[in-house]
Design a protein around this ligand. Structure first.
Ligand code: HEM
Length: 408
């Protein structure tokens, strides 16, 4: 092992066999003695994985790196350029162009403007949990709560009819596959179809808002200018599509992971029920311990050096959120689920730096309101089919999970 600069923690080689058997365990083992590990990608090219919390934050905020490789990887995998661009309106933009474009969206997603949607999210959560209560507390968690809630909140935010909810959820669910390349032929067909449908639907929405402006994000996008020029319809379609995906599928998975984690910790659930002021901190702690995004790939845009690492343009690295969130240099007893952990909100599950999740205030609000509705109505969740084990890289995001909630 090379000795690292300041901390004495250097870079180790990843044990590929162990990684393929249990990726999360091998990354944790590497992170115990190093800030970075040398891996290789599917083509055999070197792929450093940055492991420690401090170094993950450093590389995520470094403007010599970009997440734009997502777009190129989708195209290389057989997806049309149009669909790939549609799915990555912000990831594919870099530098000044990204800053200007993002500024447009960030204005609609300030914590204050999002806070206005809290009563709507609360009402939706109460209705969905009420329907579960009417069935005696038995549910298929994903179909009955986690999948419908985010698109419905999102529809309210965008001024869309709630009847669009199921379509938005289905599209989000279909296109997430595009972010795990290489893609199978069936995945390509599914993603292309969803992108084409979203394109048509978004164009309809844009022309409606042009004809009859409203106080919503789509209208603002039709009126917005970047660098003195109006956005093209294609640009607006991409932004809407990007949000439909980013705003539904992620929150759906994080909410599923949250309930599964609380099923393992019923006493913590009861503490939340007794004191709702603990809810925001508990949501952060869930996101730290069970991140549904295990890490992000960054492409090197300008020559990049960091500690012992030196990468040329075109090279790549991965920032591992999984190990950063469990770094014992940052978190005491990192494996413990501690809902009052004072620094839980320093997790990197929403990323960090210039591409930090635009929707974080909305996701936080939705998760908090879902938990509030659940703990108010129900005792701790029980998984009648037994524990849900971690999937790939420790990510708990089953497509379906039976849950039984004792009625209060
Ligand atoms: C629990 C739910 C969510 C998680 C875990 C999550 C996670 C992430 C992560 C890891 C990134 C990349 C950050 C980076 O590269 O530094 C990201 C970016 C993004 N997220 Fe989220 N997200 C969630 C919910 C949402 C929601 C609700 C929306 C919108 C309604 C949203 C919109 C976006 C957008 C537009 C970007 C791209 C930002 C950019 O490239 O500048 N996300 N998110």
């Amino acid at each position: 092992m090379d000795e690292g600069a300041g901390t004495g923690r250097g870079i180790v080689d990843l044990d590929l066999d162990r990684y393929l058997t249990d990726g999360a365990a091998e990354l944790r083992r590497s992170a115990a003695g190093a800030w970075c590990t040398h891996a290789i990608d599917a083509t055999g090219a070197p792929l450093p994985i940055v492991l420690s919390h401090a170094d993950v934050r450093d590389v995520m905020r470094d403007r010599r790196l970009s997440p734009r490789s997502f777009t190129a990887d989708m195209v290389a995998s057989g997806l049309s350029e149009r669909a790939a661009r549609q799915l990555t309106p912000l990831f594919r933009r870099h530098g000044e162009e990204h800053r200007a474009f993002r500024g447009l969206l960030a204005a609609a997603f300030t914590p204050r403007s999002i806070e206005r949607i809290r009563p709507v999210a609360a009402t939706i959560a109460e209705r969905l949990t009420g329907e579960i209560a009417a069935r005696g507390g038995q549910c298929e968690l994903v179909a009955d709560l986690c999948a419908p809630m985010p698109p419905e909140v999102f529809a309210a935010l965008f001024g869309l009819p709630a009847s669009d909810r199921d379509r938005l959820a289905d599209w989000g669910n279909a296109v997430i596959a595009a972010f795990s390349t290489p893609l199978t032929a069936e995945e390509i067909t599914m993603v292309e179809a969803a992108c084409a449908e979203m394109r048509e639907w978004s164009l309809g929405l844009i022309s409606e808002r042009r004809a009859e402006p409203a106080d919503d994000l789509v209208t603002r996008l039709t009126e917005a200018e970047v660098g003195g020029e109006r956005l093209s319809d294609d640009d607006i379609v991409d932004v809407i599509t990007g949000f439909v995906f980013a705003g539904s599928e992620t929150t759906r998975r994080q909410l599923t992971a949250l309930v599964v984690l609380f099923a393992e910790h019923p006493a913590e659930w009861d503490r939340l029920a007794a004191d709702h002021s603990l809810i925001p901190g508990a949501v952060e702690e869930v996101m730290r311990l069970r991140p549904i995004v295990p890490g992000m790939t960054r492409e090197v845009v300008e020559p990049f050096e960091h500690r012992e690492l030196a990468l040329k343009p075109g090279g790549r690295l991965v920032a591992s959120f999984l190990t950063a969130n469990l770094d014992d240099a940052t978190y005491d007893e990192p494996d413990r689920f501690w809902i009052e952990r004072p620094n839980a909100d320093t997790h990197v599950t929403f990323g960090w730096g210039p591409h930090f999740c635009v929707g974080a205030p909305l996701a936080r609000l939705e998760l908090q309101e879902a938990v509030r509705a659940l703990v108010t109505r129900f005792g701790p969740p029980v998984l009648p089919d037994g524990p849900v084990g971690p999937g790939d890289l420790g990510i708990v995001a089953p497509a379906a999970v039976s849950v039984s909630f004792p009625l209060r």
